[in-house]
Design a binder for this molecule. Sequence first.
Ligand SMILES: NC(=O)c1ccc[n+]([C@@H]2O[C@H](COP(=O)([O-])OP(=O)(O)OC[C@H]3O[C@@H](n4cnc5c(N)ncnc54)[C@H](OP(=O)(O)O)[C@@H]3O)[C@@H](O)[C@H]2O)c1
Length: 338
Amino acid sequence: MNYDNFMRRAISLADAYKYTAKPNPVVGAILLKNKIIISEGAHQKYGAAHAEINAINKAKKLIGKKFESFEELTLICTLEPCNHFGKTGPCSDAIINSGIKKVVIGSKDPNPKVSGAGIQNLIKHGVDVEVGICDELVKKQNKFFFFKHEFNRPYVTVKIASSKDEKSHNKDGSSTWITCKKSRDDVQQVRINHDAILTGGNTLINDNPRMNARVNFIANQPKKILLTNKKNIDFTKKFFKNAEVDILQETNIKKVIDRYKNSEINSILVEAGPKLVNSFLSDGLVDELIIYESPDLLGSNGVNWFEEDNAVENFGFKLESSYKIESDLKKIYKNVKR
Ligand SMILES: NC(=O)c1ccc[n+]([C@@H]2O[C@H](COP(=O)([O-])OP(=O)(O)OC[C@H]3O[C@@H](n4cnc5c(N)ncnc54)[C@H](OP(=O)(O)O)[C@@H]3O)[C@@H](O)[C@H]2O)c1
C-alpha cells in the first residue's frame, strides 16, 4: 500500500503546533484501518503527550464502533517513536502494548537518544516497520532539529538592519529606526521561528531592546542569551522582562555555541551590532544571514556593518532570495562554505 498521502496528512497535523511544541520537533500521527482514518494525533505542546499517544488514546474510544482490535490498525507517524523516558514514557512501548502490528515512519529520529532504538524495539516485539516515507518533507518541517543533530550545534541565523550605505547605527549613539514598520513586524516572525535570541552588552545598554516575538498567536517565546563581561548589569532593562535569560561571560563564540549542543535549543537568532555580528561571521558560525536594507543613508555619522567591500560574499554567503517590504529590501543569504 502507498502511504504517501497519509504521511502528508500527518505532516500537516504536526505543522499546526510548530509554535507550541518548540523547541521539541513537531510530530503527527494517524491510525488507519485499511484506507480509513480511525484517529489522528499531534504533539501539541512542549512537555505534553506525543502524537502517537494522542492518536492511540483517541482510537481507544472507538473500539467496538469503528474497529475491534488495535491489531487491525496501521500507525503512520512522521518521526520515529521515542524509546526513552523523557517528559513522557517511551512511545514504542505504548505502541507495542496497544497491540498495533504495523508502523509506518516518515523519518528516523536523528537524536542519538532515540535514533534507531524506537524502531528496533518495535521490530523486536514483532511489529512490521516501514521507514522513510516522505522523509525529506519531515526533515524540512523540523529543519533546525535535524541540523542540530547532524552538525552537533544549533543553527545560527544573524539578522541585521542596514542603511543603503551599509551602516548599522549612529556613531553619536542617537537612536534611529533604520527600517520601516513593516520590516520590523516581519522580524517578529523571524524571532518566533527561533528557539533563542542572542545579543551583546552594548546593544542591551544603548538600545534597551525587548527582543521578544510580538506575534498575535499562541507561541513559546524564544529563550534569551546575553553575552557580556560588564559588571553591574542593569536588570531593569526591557530585555529581562518576563524572560528566561542566560547571561554568559564568554567571548569565545565557538564556546558559546558549544554550550547549547546538548541543550534543547536547536536554533539561535543573533541580533546585535557590528562587533558581535562580525565575531560570529569571522568564526564561521553563521548559517543564515538576513539583511533588512532601507533605501536611506546614514552617511558619515553611521557605523559600518563591515570593514571591507563584499564582506558578506567573502564570509562565504550566497544570496538565496530577496524581496521588497514596502521600500525596504529583505535579503536572505545562506552559508555555502559549510
Ligand atoms: N542595525 C541593527 O540591526 C542593530 C542591531 C543591534 C544593535 N545595533 C547597534 O549596535 C550597537 C552596538 O554594537 P556592538 O557590536 O558594539 O555591540 P553588541 O551588539 O552589544 O556586541 C558587542 C558586545 O558583545 C559582547 N561580546 C562578547 N563576546 C564578543 C565577541 N567575541 N566579539 C564581540 N563582542 C562580544 C561584548 O559585551 P560587553 O562589552 O558587555 O562585555 C561586546 O561589547 C548599538 O548601539 C545598536 O544601536 C544595531
